[in-house]
Design a protein around this ligand. Structure first.
Ligand SMILES: [Zn+2]
Ligand SMILES: [Zn+2]
Length: 264
């Protein structure tokens, strides 16, 4: 499989075998992104023990969690490839031409839409009749970057089906969608990494961004912080963890410096 077979799969009139080539290519990109991000985070975490969110808890389930990754990654890849293939075959809304304004505009609209999808699908998965499909992901109270793909098939599917549907309602050019998906994998892993490397005032009120502490608290407290990139939906719907703003402020550089100095 080479670049030419991927390009052929993305030209109108492609067939099922071309779809398979595209699926393999998408899976490879995902695996490289996941392994690269995971190794980077492992090195960063080892260098900064002071940034561990749940200081007195340990996750020793890395390999048990990773056992779920092949099915989860393949589901992710399948949903994404289906959307990409549908668009390149001309079955969807015609995408915008790439330009200085269409690229950032489509990226940001997609980011906002996916965050809303993530929040509401996630709330649905915490509804009692659906909960059993989501419990696997909550088996670890202390997430690590490898927990991002620790989920059941249905759990993974309901989140990732967004990428099959979005091309039918948003004229997002495929390179923007690919860039977004890579970004989504990276922030998903950072959010599960268990170490707050990127704390900033932008991650607490009145700003809308979330953080690693944000999703970490979802794992440790279960019924709070359902969104992904922004804390807005949780603030509006009253599901933000009460101690969130103070907890993320505690990982900003000045606070970490004070804490480590007083421990010496
Ligand atoms: Zn959950
Ligand atoms: Zn999680």
């Amino acid at each position: 499989m080479g670049l030419d077979s991927v390009l052929r799969a993305m030209a109108p009139g492609a067939g099922p075998l071309d779809f398979l080539s595209l699926l393999v290519a998408a899976t490879l990109v995902l695996v490289v992104t996941i392994v690269g991000t995971g190794l980077f985070l492992e090195v960063m975490n080892a260098r900064h023990p002071e940034l561990k969110v749940q200081r007195h808890r340990v996750n020793s389930r890395k390999w048990q969690e990773l056992a779920y990754a092949p099915v989860s990654v393949l589901t992710t890849s399948l949903c994404f490839t289906a959307g990409l293939f549908a668009q390149t075959q001309g079955w969807t809304l015609a995408p915008l031409e790439l330009s200085w304004w269409s690229v950032p505009l489509m990226f940001v609209i997609n980011l906002v839409l996916y965050d809303a999808w993530f929040y509401w699908v996630h709330r649905l998965l915490h509804w009692r009749p659906m909960m059993r499909f989501h419990l696997v992901h909550h088996a670890s109270l202390v997430p690590t970057c490898w927990s991002n793909h620790h989920d059941s098939l249905l759990d993974s599917f309901v989140f990732q089906f967004y990428f099959t549907l979005i091309v039918f309602v948003l004229p997002i050019p495929w390179p923007v969608l690919v860039a977004y998906k890579i970004f989504d994998e990276i922030i998903g892993m950072v959010g599960h990494s268990g170490y707050e490397h990127f704390a900033s005032p932008l991650a607490r009120t009145p700003w809308p961004l979330s953080s690693t502490v944000f999703h970490d608290q979802h794992h440790s407290h279960f019924r709070y912080n359902y969104a992904q990139t922004f804390s807005s939906w949780d603030r509006w719907m009253g599901t933000l963890y009460p101690g969130y703003d103070a907890a993320v402020a505690d990982f900003e550089p000045e606070a970490v410096k004070r804490r480590t100095a007083s421990a010496d």
